[in-house]
Design a protein around this ligand. Sequence first.
Ligand code: ATP
Length: 199
Amino acid sequence: MLRIGLTGGIGSGKSTVAGLLMQRGATLVDADAISRRLTEPGGAALAAITAEFGAEIVDSSGALNRDRMRQRVFADVAAKRRLEAILHPMIVAETQRQADAAATSVIVFDVPLLVESAQWRGRVDRILVVDCEESTQVARVLARSGLSADAVLVIIAQQASRALRRACADAVIYNDAVSLDGLTHHVEALWQIWVRPKP
Ligand code: ATP
């Protein structure tokens, strides 16, 4: 069993790399998707979140109002901690459940806050970082969302720095000035080293 923690900044290419690892037989456990599901209508975290932050934190569809929540925690570290105290144990329990249910010998944990969290780092055997230049991150996110370049730069500034991520990495895939074919070759090379070591 090999547990790979996959991380990288916004637009770095994490999801693309995760897909290539899945094509090679890995199971993906996506912490972000789990977090979203917990806060969708009927989500398991909503009762505790409304008890803590009030009913107005949920929108008319019954889902967490993410913009409002972001505003609440943006400048309020204590509120951020209270939210994390609700969500993190649930996310950890669900990732563990999915990992236990996996029928493959390689599990990829796509965890946005991997390098920020010692707890997460302790749950994986290897850390794989997808890295690229900031200008490339901005260009990729602009191409697929309605965000402005300034908004993307604000998100990048709030995330762990490229240097910190790389310092935590067991391997770095530099996904810049490389085609999707080239990226596929990088992922395949890593798979051969980590998963199918030559005798
Ligand atoms: P986010 O953090 O926002 O979820 P991400 O790190 O998961 O992003 P991806 O969704 O994998 O990034 O990639 C962002 C976009 O860039 C996608 O449209 C993807 O197809 C494209 N992309 C990623 N790598 C390359 C590449 N090497 N060549 C061309 N396009 C790429």
